[in-house]
Design a protein around this ligand. Structure first.
Ligand SMILES: Cc1cc2nc3c(=O)[nH]c(=O)nc-3n(C[C@H](O)[C@H](O)[C@H](O)COP(=O)(O)OP(=O)(O)OC[C@H]3O[C@@H](n4cnc5c(N)ncnc54)[C@H](O)[C@@H]3O)c2cc1C
Length: 598
């Protein structure tokens, strides 16, 4: 069987019926951390099963994340078109990218290290998950290397010896426009903070990135890689878990899988099965295994094991793209060309801010503004708009046209704490079918009020001196649904938000923790023995900003750690990547030429 094989046990052929102590489904952001931590216990045989393979080069080289959506390393899910929201997206379906490779979504996300605020975690009202409890795990995960943080009092909130190495924006960059942006936000009255990850930070500040020495610090390249020589950790790649096996005593005993060669086998766990398949695939897997809403399962003739609200309570950060065309400055086009070569960092200067738009007594931000600076004629701007964010040609073309001679600020205005809840359902009982995902953005009207207020407040950037002197303006997109409304009125902005909103890829909650949810605070599935869910789907309420790190207080082993194992140095090059690059560059050139000739 080859258990003595030193090849970090990814190439072993596991026979039907093979037994382990623990089986983890999904080697993603959460699953890979857990695989690392659990396999520290040398007497446990830990198997982690991953549907994807090694990360391709774009899962390793930071700026190439722009090209990963719709590749083989993306589950490439989309929302069901509701006829109202996200109509500015291709085919009116909101893009819902999710990583399918070692490291999961940490191998393709946007590299931002952002941990959530004290109020976020404390509002979950679960003592095990208070911010104060989680902090030690955040620290355990990190090595903070950004000198501005290291030399500030805020270093007390950061770790300096963890697997995830964190840096600020690389100073070698051809642009240094963070300062212009921060000065402008300060002028508009926002606080400027050194550390946007400080527990109560409201205001604008620089970014912290999961980038080190020109590589992404995904959980694959960190946690999994560091554990690869352990004899008790087994990684099965390119293998889809199709069902959790649950016996007549409602105990999870193993999983059914389809291996890379197409064989269907069963593998068994003597202690626990742990699902970390992500916010869309964990609920799908649970429902396929008989755990979910009774009516939903009976619709697909699946035998019910536990009637739980699986798939309900989906929460996301809906965002809208707000683009400000800044100074006409054709010289930045030269910098733009040079900056394209600098792919070992987050590709453009960026800052982020957290603020409230309603009463100011709470410290919990309502809006995040993630502002990205592009020099003139930037191909990255078009790639980001079209490929990464999935907007229609009419929208991205309009932005590109404005950018030919001008700097551009592309801001994502995020609704941080939505009340609207989406849902994940089964399309069929076939494990190969994508789930049906309904975002239901703005089904609670209050969400629309808050995001509209956030957009209106963010437009004020055009009034800051640098932008005012440049006669900056918000780029107006062609939006047939809104064009009859008077531009700039509340009615217009409400329409704008509904039509241009999309997912900021921070979906959570579909296997919610809590008494009215799917798992208890130790993440054990109610009514089923020896089964846990430990990925972002268990988070009951949104945290401000990104999600890949939250407190995983499971089995008293793991923590607020982000990451997984990756086959560092073993990554492959997706044969289609060069073609994708050529395709994108060719499209960009054609569009640019069209506009230049107009
Ligand atoms: C485009 C994008 C950008 C983002 N940017 C940021 C950011 O900058 N900062 C941030 O903090 N967060 C960001 N996020 C969010 C964050 O990355 C995710 O919330 C987080 O990674 C989710 O972790 P997870 O462990 O729940 O799931 P994942 O990391 O998605 O892991 C799930 C794993 O399970 C595997 N799997 C699924 N089903 C099966 C099955 N049936 N059998 C076997 N394996 C299976 C998957 O292939 C995957 O590897 C971003 C997300 C996206 C999509």
């Amino acid at each position: 069987m080859g258990y003595d094989d030193d090849e970090h046990r990814t190439a072993i052929l596991h026979p039907n019926g093979d037994r382990f102590d623990i089986i983890i489904v999904g080697a993603g952001s959460a699953g890979a951390v857990l695989a690392h931590r659990l396999s520290e216990v040398a007497c446990w045989r830990v198997l982690v099963i991953e549907a994807g393979g090694d990360p391709c080069i774009n899962g390793v080289v930071p700026a190439l994340f722009l090209l990963t959506p719709h590749s083989a390393q993306d589950w490439d899910y989309h929302s069901v078109d509701d006829g109202v929201t996200s109509q500015a997206q291709n085919e009116e379906q909101c893009i819902l990218t999710a990583g399918k490779m070692l490291g999961g979504t940490s191998s393709l996300n946007h590299l931002v290290w952002a941990r959530g605020k004290r109020t976020d975690f404390n509002n979950w009202n679960e003592p095990l998950w208070y911010w104060e409890t989680c902090l030690q795990y955040f620290e355990k995960a990190e090595t903070m290397l950004d000198p501005e943080i290291v030399n500030s009092p805020d270093i007390r909130y950061h770790g300096q010896d963890g697997p995830i190495k964190l840096t600020g924006h690389d100073n070698k960059t051809y642009f240094a426009e963070e300062k212009t942006l921060l000065d402008s936000f300060a002028e508009l009255g926002y606080d400027i903070v050194t550390d946007t990850n400080a527990p109560d930070a409201l205001g604008f500040g620089k970014m912290q990135y999961t980038v080190y020495e020109n590589k992404r610090t995904s959980t694959a390249l960190t946690y999994l890689n560091q554990a690869k020589d352990r004899k008790n950790l087994f990684v099965l790649k390119n293998t889809l878990v199709t069902k959790i096996i649950i016996d007549d005593n409602n105990t999870a005993t193993g999983v059914e899988v389809v291996t890379s060669s197409g064989s269907k086998i069963s593998l068994y766990a003597d202690l626990e099965v742990i699902s970390s398949a992500g916010t869309y695939n964990s609920p799908k897997l649970l429902m396929l295994s008989g755990i979910g809403p009774k009516e939903e399962l009976s619709l697909h003739n699946i035998t019910l094991r536990a009637d739980l609200p699986v798939g309900q309570n989906m929460l996301d950060h809906a965002y809208v793209p707000l683009v400000v065309a800044g100074k006409r400055n054709i010289f930045t086009a030269v910098q733009t060309l040079a900056a394209v070569l600098e792919i070992g960092t987050f590709p453009v200067p960026a800052v982020q801010g957290f603020f409230r738009v309603t009463d100011s007594s709470s410290l919990q931000p309502e809006i995040q503004n993630f502002a990205n600076y592009f020099g003139a004629a930037s191909p990255l701007l078009y790639i980001l708009c079209r490929l990464t964010f999935n907007f229609k040609v009419s929208i991205c073309g309009t932005i590109l046209k404005k950018s030919i001679f001008s700097e551009v600020i592309f801001s994502l205005i995020n609704l941080e704490h939505p009340k609207s809840r989406g849902v994940v359902k089964l399309r069929s009982s076939d494990p190969n079918d994508a789930p049906l995902i309904y975002t239901r953005f703005f089904s609670e009207p209050e969400d629309l009020d808050v995001l509209v207020a956030g957009v209106k407040q963010s437009i004020a950037l055009t009034q800051a001196k640098y932008f005012k002197d440049a006669k900056s303006e918000v780029v107006r997109y062609p939006l047939p649904e809104c064009d009859d409304l008077v531009y700039g009125t509340d009615a217009y902005w409400r329409c704008f938000v509904l039509i241009t909103c999309s997912s900021n890829f921070h979906t959570i909650g579909t296997c919610k923790m809590g008494v009215d949810g799917v798992v208890d605070p130790r993440l054990r599935v109610y009514g089923i023995r020896n089964l846990r869910v430990i990925d972002a789907s268990v988070m009951p309420k949104q945290v401000s900003v990104a999600l890949s790190r939250f407190c995983k207080n499971v089995l008293r082993v793991s923590a607020c750690e982000y990451g997984a194992w990756s086959a560092c140095g073993l990554f492959t090059v997706d044969a289609r990547l060069p073609l994708r690059v050529i395709g994108v560059v060719a499209t960009y050139t054609v569009v640019l030429l069209q506009f230049a000739l107009l």
